[in-house]
Structure formats: structure tokens, C-alpha cells
Design a protein around this ligand. Sequence first.
Ligand code: NDP
Length: 327
Amino acid sequence: MFNAILVDKGEGGYVASLAAVEDARLPEGDVTVRITYSTVNYKDGLLMTGRIPLISHFPMVPGIDFAGTVEASDHPDWKPGDAVLVNGYGLGERHWGGLAQRARVKGDWLVPLPAAFTPRQAMAVGTAGYAAMLCVMTLERHGIEPADGDILVTGASGGVGSIAIALLSGLGYRVVAATGRPQEADYLKALGAAELIDRATLASPGEPMQAERWAGAIDTAGSHTLVNVAAQVRYGGAIAATGLAQGLDLPATVLPFILRNLALYGVDSVNAPMALRREAWSRLARDLDAARLESMVREIRLSEVIGMAPEILAGRVRGRLVVDVGN
Ligand code: NDP
């Protein structure tokens, strides 16, 4: 038996509970992992509440990522005792995920735990941090360098935003943080933000072309925020868009894209190819300051996870929620 969060479909929508589950109910897969740490990402909030109904079958164990130790393996790359992590691939949506003490997955999905990280640190990074790294790599590939000017990060106090700020400032970029939480100014500055702007200035419909302010941007909000950011990026700049904290819509015009040669890159972490995953995790191990990462962490127990789902969707969680699944 192992403890897991289970999401079922009730009459009023999704219902999440903490339950003891028999090992025999684990899904198909060639590697069984004893999970040590997991996390609560924004998408885990969606999975547990059903605000966007993402789950393909019930009951489902949510949790889009986890770190742990291989217990049993029929896969040639993995043996008992190996330290591993995984994220994406439909975990928590189509395949039982990481908010549990045990998981069975395809060995092809696993990444070796980078030597620089403990399992707890790897989950402090989690999908949010790994997506932030993919965004940074996207801006780098576009050719944006620190000397080109300020980089805007939206959703700054959240998981993706916090890690994006720490990464970019560590790489020498001047980072401006868009936040709705001015009370987190000290936190954001300690992560490396040079300046804060009020996210309300980006939240409503604006002019399609606005004053050029940013060499590039990482956007976690979508909707009007992303459209206003696009209207403010300098000629030849780029946006890495990875989130929908404000909304799914994109009420934009083509003007900044054609008149300012603007590039809008969508950044996906779920189905990213393995070579890119490994590159992102080795860059995180190299470029993310351990003390800054620790400053983002709040550790919780498995029994506290369900209560955090509405909190993260309401934007009330700062930084990263790490789950010690043993407790
Ligand atoms: P968090 O909840 O940790 O952070 C989101 C932040 O967005 C909040 O902390 C808040 O920051 C800000 N925010 C909340 N509501 C609004 C709003 N209405 N308008 C503008 N900003 C708002 O989530 P994560 O950082 O984990 O994820 C951020 C987004 O990125 C989510 O939509 C998530 O689904 C997506 N994502 C996508 C991935 C992919 O593969 N494409 C991978 C990982 C994440 P503040 O208080 O500072 O304003």
C-alpha cells in the first residue's frame, strides 16, 4: 500500500482525496519509482479542481512531476537505486502522476537526477523551473544578450516567474518583474529583479503598438497581459510564452509582429524532446543559484496538498511548493 492523492469525478465536478492505494493498482510501465519529493505546480491546481477539465480517466493520481529512487525496472537504462526525476508526458492527466509515494512509468520518460541537485531541490525546480529554463534558452536562441536591454518577466512571484528571474539575473540580464504583489518586492529583488512594475498596467486592453521597453519577455499570463507585452517589446525582440494565469485568450493584432519584427515563441514542457530536457536540466544545475532556489521553497506534506490547489490557482502561492511525500 502507498499513500496518494486520488481525483475522482463527482456530481459537482472533480473531487480530490488522500487515500491508501494498493500497489496492484499502479498503471502499466517498465519502471517503478519510490517517490521522495513532488511539487504543486499551477497545472496540478487545475488537475485537482477540474477548473480546466484535463483528466482522461478516473480515478487519477495528479502530479505532473516527481523525484525519487528506482525500485524495480525492466528498462535497460534503469536499475534499482537509480535517482531519477520526470515531468510532463501526461503525468497526472493520462497517466498516474507524482502526488503519491509510488509511481510506475515508462523508463523512456525518466531523466537522471542531476548530481548538483538533491531530490528536494529538483522538485523545488520542478516543472515550473524547467519551463522557466526552456524560456530562457528560447530567448538565448533568438540571440538576445544582456547588453540588448531589459527582460520582462510576468507572473513574477509564481513558480515559473521566480525561477526565470533568478536564472536571467544570474546570467547577467537586467530583469523587470511584473507582479500583482508589491508586498513581495524584497523577495523579488533578492531573486535578482532590478525593478518591479504593477501587473495591472498590463491586464486590460491597450494600444496595439506602445513605447518600446523590453529586449525580450517571458510571459506566464497570456490574454491581455501577453498582448500588451507584445506591444512593448523592441524591434527584433522576442517573447517566450508559456502560461495562462490571466487567461487562454490572445486578443491581439498582427501589428507588433509585422512592424517590429517581433517573434512569439510558445514554450511547452510536457512533450519536449529528451535531448532538450537533458540540456535544460544540466543548464539548471549550472545556472541556478542554490540559495535563491531555497528562498522560493515552502515545504508541505501530502496531506496539505489538496488545500493548496485553490490557493495556487488564485495566485496566492509564492515561489515553489515542495511536497515531502513521506509525510
Ligand atoms: P504560479 O501560480 O506559481 O504563478 C502564477 C503567477 O501568475 C502568480 O503567482 C501571479 O504572480 C500571476 N498571476 C496570477 N493571476 C494573474 C492574472 N490574472 N493576471 C496576471 N498574472 C497573474 O504558477 P506557475 O508559475 O507554476 O505557472 C505559471 C503559468 O505557466 C501557468 O499558467 C502554468 O500552467 C504555465 N506553465 C506552463 C508550462 C508549459 O509547459 N507550457 C510549464 C509550467 C507552467 P504575481 O502575484 O507576482 O502577479
